[in-house]
Design a protein around this ligand. Structure first.
Ligand SMILES: C[S@@+](CC[C@H](N)C(=O)[O-])C[C@H]1O[C@@H](n2cnc3c(N)ncnc32)[C@H](O)[C@@H]1O
Length: 266
């Protein structure tokens, strides 16, 4: 058991600085598009491959713990009519809203991500079209707390056709038990047979976002697979990435990244 609880985690997120987080993780060296040996293009490849199977589609996709980022939704947007972004923090929801509404000229520049995704999808889609499509489909940006049995409260009436989540559950859970409970809680938002794509940190104990130091429950590949099996999923794909020394830049102690594609057993 961890010495701290979910209340202390919530407290630590009050200092989360979206701009510092984006700078640490979504700018070079991690966002180097020249090779899939770098973390960002590796993640985009996992997502592009999963959606290219054509099996993950439907009306609504919910992204759990969107944060200030949209890269995780780029390949998804062809396969859903509506995409719902969620986050615990108002600062992160505001960051997404202002990107969707093109309100702030100082908004984070996602264009290299959109261009790269169009390139690897290989459909010849102009990147501006993808950008507009995602902005149109991102209809809701809702508050969420994955530690609540009903994480979205009464905001959604229908379970989603699919879930996606990147670097959220392990980054907001003080221990394994709490991770498993959070996974169980978000699973209630997914319809039976629905697909869940998750990307997350392997063997990480903290990360920085400005003045905030956020504790992370260290997860191994086996832990992740066990948690999904316990929550009633069949695993279709599991990939892992080892963080190369050149990307260990002092903003966290992450050792690698996992990608899992799982399906809720009906
Ligand atoms: C490491 S960031 C991940 C952001 C983004 N998805 C990404 O891929 O970079 C973790 C996110 O979880 C959010 N969060 C914190 N507490 C949460 C909670 N109890 N429920 C849901 N999300 C939470 C944070 O605000 C933050 O945006």
């Amino acid at each position: 058991m961890s010495a701290i609880g979910v209340g202390a985690v919530a407290e630590s997120y009050q200092k989360f600085n979206p701009r510092a987080y984006l700078q640490n993780n979504y700018m070079p060296p991690r966002a180097n598009f020249t090779s899939e040996e770098f973390a960002v293009p590796w993640k985009l490849r996992c997502l592009a491959d999963a959606f290219a199977t054509g099996k993950i589609c439907g009306h609504t996709l919910i992204d759990i713990g969107t944060g200030p980022t949209i890269y995780q939704l780029l390949s998804a947007c062809d396969y859903f009519e509506e995409i719902v972004a969620t986050d615990y923090l108002e600062v992160n929801r505001a960051e997404i809203q202002s990107w969707v509404r093109s309100e702030d000229s100082g908004c984070f520049d996602w264009s290299p991500y959109i261009q790269h995704t169009c390139r690897i999808e290989g459909k010849g889609e102009p990147w501006k079209e993808k950008e507009q499509k995602l902005k149109k489909k991102l209809k809701k940006v809702l508050p969420i707390d994955v530690h609540q049995p009903n994480p979205l409260g009464s905001s959604l009436s229908q379970p989603a056709d699919a879930l996606i989540s990147a670097f959220c559950l392990e980054a907001v859970s003080p221990d394994r038990l709490s991770f498993d409970r959070a996974l169980w809680n978000v699973t209630t938002l997914l319809k039976p047979d629905g697909h869940f794509l998750m990307i997350g940190a392997l063997d990480e104990s903290f990360y920085l976002a400005g003045e905030a130091k956020l504790l992370v429950v260290p997860m191994s590949e086996v832990d992740v697979k066990e948690s999904f099996a316990k929550s009633g999923y069949r695993i279709h794909d599991f990939r892992s990435y080892i963080m190369p020394p050149s990307l260990k830049i002092g903003v966290d102690d992450v050792q690698g990244i996992f990608f899992i594609h799982a399906q809720k057993i009906a």
